[in-house]
Design a protein around this ligand. Structure first.
Ligand code: C2E
Ligand code: CA
Ligand code: CA
Ligand code: CA
Length: 284
């Protein structure tokens, strides 16, 4: 501790005398420049996690980004989304994700089996607030020839905390061309319920934390049931994420929730594997 204290008082400040912190900062800087290059190097890939209805039919998929990192292997968003948000790289990354998802949608829409699929894309706060976002989405949709009503954008409640007017304006514009909106991780954020009326929403997505404890914790069960009722009363659809067992699904169904996503059905899959699962679900 004495040694550390002596270092801390060094004239260059503590930061670069602490080897661990130095290593951390270097790693972060490396990661940032690697992330910057990743898009040009074709290292990003989308996985698709199926969503099913009451009859067990696959009705859509959530696109989830993965980074095929040359040294570290396949990275999930937990490893790089915060860095992307902090550095502003979320804008080009988010645009790439939208483009890739719309291209996939356009491909699927030409096949009978997958023509009616909806694809959900996660959109960060910086994206939805950006003045050029609506134009970007329009340009991508036109270029890909995607059916506008097959694209769903997922926003979290935190997105609605500031610059709400910009967000609502962009949402209204996108809504008017047929894009739909889902409020992700619902119940975990701080949004006031009064927003629910002002936002052009189509769907509430019950957060995994409530679904996880739904069988064991009465509070989680009550919250899940209340969200389902709220959605019904507001004329919105509702989907549960993180459904891992038939028991969880059955209880949600009892509450009136008939759309599910989670390991019970499937983890996120590369596009080809998703297509195989879709074909299998159609033939049974
Ligand atoms: P999210 O939107 O809540 O996505 C669901 C996450 O839960 C995914 O993790 C998924 O793999 C995981 N999951 C799905 N089913 C189950 C289950 O039954 N049990 C458990 N334990 N987990 C399940 P993933 O793919 O690691 O994504 C994490 C978060 O990263 C996402 O959370 C989303 O907020 C963010 N994210 C993913 N892709 C994008 C993107 O393209 N853009 C932005 N801005 N954020 C993204
Ligand atoms: Ca999501
Ligand atoms: Ca979610
Ligand atoms: Ca969640």
């Amino acid at each position: 501790a004495a040694l550390y204290g002596a270092k801390a008082e060094g004239r260059d400040g503590v930061r670069f005398h602490d080897p661990e912190l130095h290593a951390l900062l270097t790693a972060r800087a490396t990661m940032e420049s690697e992330l910057r290059d990743a898009l040009n190097r074709d290292e990003m890939v989308l996985y698709y996690q199926p969503q099913m209805n009451a009859e067990g039919r696959i009705i859509g998929a959530e696109a989830l980004v993965r980074w095929r990192h040359p040294r570290l292997g396949l990275l999930t968003p937990a490893d790089f989304i915060t860095l992307a948000e902090d550095t502003g790289l979320i804008l080009p990354l988010g645009r790439w994700v939208l483009e890739a998802a719309c291209e996939q949608l356009a491909t699927w829409s030409t096949h009978e089996d997958s023509a009616h699929l909806a694809v959900s894309v996660n959109v960060s706060g910086r994206q939805i607030r950006h003045p050029e976002f609506v134009g970007q989405v329009l340009a991508i949709l036109c270029r890909c020839g995607t059916n506008l009503s097959s694209l769903k954008l997922e926003l979290t409640e935190s997105v609605l905390m500031d610059e709400t007017e910009h967000v609502i304006r962009n949402m209204d514009a996108l809504k008017s061309i047929g894009v739909s909106f889902s409020l992700d991780d619902f119940g975990t954020g701080y949004s006031s319920l009064s927003y629910l009326n002002r936002l052009p929403l189509d769907e509430l997505k019950i957060d995994r934390s409530f679904v996880r404890d739904i069988l064991t914790d009465s509070h989680s069960a009550i919250i899940a049931r209340t969200i389902v009722g709220l959605a019904h009363n507001l004329g919105l659809s509702v989907i549960a994420e993180g459904v891992e067992s038939a028991e969880q699904r059955d209880l949600l169904a009892e509450y009136g929730c008939h759309s599910y996503q989670g390991y019970f059905l499937s983890p996120p899959l590369p596009a080809e594997q998703f297509e195989q699962l879709l074909l299998k679900s159609l033939s049974t």
